[in-house]
Design a protein around this ligand. Sequence first.
Ligand SMILES: [Zn+2]
Length: 154
Amino acid sequence: MPLSKRSKRTQVSKSNSDPSAVSAQRSETMRAVKAFDTGPERVVRSIVHRMGFRFRLSNSTLPGKPDIVMRRHRTVIFVHGCFWHGHACRRGARTPKNNRDYWLAKIGRNKARDVKVCDSLRNLGWRVLVVWECELQTKDVLISRLRRDLEDLA
Ligand SMILES: [Zn+2]
């Protein structure tokens, strides 16, 4: 029942003194962290980290909240899902049969937004790199690409 679920959650977040509530709250936080730092972003972070670069995670003060912010090198990296950001690859070309117009419009807006975000960051003096989700299928190629892109920064 949705109603009882909701009231339970409200209770949990309000009663911090109850140990079971605290652990419930913690596991909820863990879930949120996991959802945030998961999949492609995490893989790219670990690649960049192993290359010896230090960076911050998503920084909300920058346009578009880049996934990786290398402040020292004034470089940001976005990890884009091919579908959501309309990549020109097989995965990006796939559109759902249902509500096709809706998705095409939505993806079109995302793409327009990406261009704008990229321009704003460049105007602020940032270098912008984009890693596409599909690039993770050939990690060796991605690693040498990133090495090339980041070489002069090391
Ligand atoms: Zn792609």
